[in-house]
Design a protein around this ligand. Structure first.
Ligand SMILES: NC(=O)c1ccc[n+]([C@@H]2O[C@H](COP(=O)([O-])OP(=O)(O)OC[C@H]3O[C@@H](n4cnc5c(N)ncnc54)[C@H](O)[C@@H]3O)[C@@H](O)[C@H]2O)c1
Ligand SMILES: [Zn+2]
Length: 406
């Protein structure tokens, strides 16, 4: 059994009286009497929704910590793939909860990357019209982004038989609910088994926060994040750096969410939509087959697509910064600085095999932010804030996309 090291706590204000903690440290998941056991104590049953990609010891450790406080524990494994972040998998999870006879006081534990935490959170939102959840993100991306803020959901596939015309395509997070967990546990020791590629993908979301940090009173987040990236370039699993990174980014996200819990900012305020920086571009390119880009540091053969979500977000940040520069909202050279930071993080900055920009823009029009058929894109500004551009010039958007071509 491990002892937790250096735990820090970030408070997240949900809606109304609801608030919860994000705990960040090393060894938190395996710790006897740790935070999950404290939350589970006194309940009848818990269901662990476990990422099938995790080392078995980690899942078993969490299971025995909960069982150790006298709670019945059931487990359901989920393969973390976007195609499986679906209503069909949700039904499997709900069926597992019902088979385990979880009552209204039951606890759903989401243990895994963002696919699993989004799915487990959604299951907790709808099972018996809502039960408590605890999210234990095990990827950097899920720690700094997906598990904080109460957004849960699944993807919807359209174009399959009977669901409309066109080629089948996956629309991300089209069904979901706002449902805050009771607790988030970020154990940076769990990142040890994550691939370097997945770890780097999480750094792209950190850079995203950094570019708009001043909007939530953290103008220094851009510099802080770059320093952490430079440290991790030498030692990717440096626990103190990882814990500091996760803590500061979770705190940033918590403030954004508290100011605009349901993404309904009005009167020119961007609110939570700032977190969509780069994502309108990213969602249009992240499922594309046939992309290719150089391996980090030029070591080894080229990597072939599709991109990971975080990798696509990194490219989206470059395009958004480029558009921000064209519109004179961002300072000249910002897109170049973003490219530099992504490069130091080992993330792609250019890809071969992108379709024509018009086609990419058509895919961007599937985005949730589209209103009345008009594109809406978030760009970073000079002041490290986010601005929402309603109906940007199509030529400028095409130019931003062209910048991503290898
Ligand atoms: N709810 C939100 O606010 C929000 C925000 C950002 C992203 N998301 C969602 O998060 C998802 C992406 O999450 P992700 O980047 O974590 O990817 P992921 O969940 O697909 O996980 C990536 C891979 O890592 C594996 N894995 C996870 N933890 C591991 C570990 N510790 N050791 C070894 N392997 C491990 C998984 O099995 C998977 O193969 C997307 O679906 C995205 O829409 C949600
Ligand atoms: Zn994202």
């Amino acid at each position: 059994m491990t002892r937790p090291r250096g735990a820090l706590r970030v408070r997240v204000r949900g809606e109304g009286p609801q608030s919860y903690s994000v705990m960040v440290g090393s060894g938190l998941l395996g710790a006897e009497g740790g935070p999950i056991a404290r939350l589970a104590r006194g309940r009848d049953a818990a269901l662990i929704v476990a990422d099938a990609g995790l080392p078995t010891q980690l899942v078993e450790a969490v299971e025995s910590r909960i069982a150790g406080v006298g709670v019945r524990v059931a487990r359901v494994g989920v393969r973390a793939q976007e195609r499986r972040k679906s209503l069909a998998t949700l039904e499997l999870v709900l069926a597992a909860a019902a088979a385990a006879r979880l009552d209204r006081g039951g606890l759903i534990v989401g243990l895994g990357g963002g696919v699993v935490t989004d799915l487990a959170g959604f299951a907790a939102a709808v099972y018996r019209r809502g039960v408590d959840s605890v999210l234990c993100p095990t990827t950097l991306l899920a720690m700094v982004d997906a598990s904080v803020g109460g957004k849960t959901g699944v993807n919807i596939e359209v174009g399959a038989a009977g669901t409309g015309a066109g080629a089948p395509r996956l629309l991300k997070n089209m069904a979901g609910a706002f449902h805050h967990p009771r607790l988030v546990v970020c154990d940076v020791a769990a990142l040890a088994s994550l691939s370097l590629r997945q770890l780097r993908a999480g750094l792209a979301e950190c850079l995203k926060h950094g570019l708009v940090g001043a909007g939530a009173a953290d103008a220094g987040l851009w510099g802080f994040t770059q320093r952490a990236i430079d440290r991790l370039a030498h030692e990717p699993l440096h626990e103190r750096t990882l814990a500091a990174l996760v803590g500061r980014h979770a705190a940033y996200k918590a403030r954004v969410v508290a100011a605009d819990p349901k993404e309904r900012a009005r009167g020119g305020a961007v609110g939570r939509m700032a977190l969509n920086l780069g994502h309108t571009f990213a969602h249009a390119i992240e499922t594309l087959p046939g992309l290719r880009w150089p391996a980090p540091g030029g070591a080894g053969p080229a990597v072939r697509g599709p991109l990971l979500h975080g990798e696509a977000v990194g490219l989206g940040l470059i395009a958004a910064a480029d558009l921000g520069e064209s519109l004179r909202r961002a300072e000249p050279g910002l897109a170049l600085a973003v490219e530099g930071a992504l490069g130091r993080a080992g993330l792609p900055t250019r890809v071969g095999g992108l379709p024509a920009s018009d086609q990419v823009i058509d895919r961007m029009l599937d985005d949730k932010k589209v209103l009345g058929g008009r594109l809406r894109v978030i760009v970073p500004t000079r002041a490290r804030r986010a601005a929402l551009i309603d109906g940007p010039d199509r030529g400028l958007v095409a130019r931003a996309i062209d910048r991503l071509r290898a």
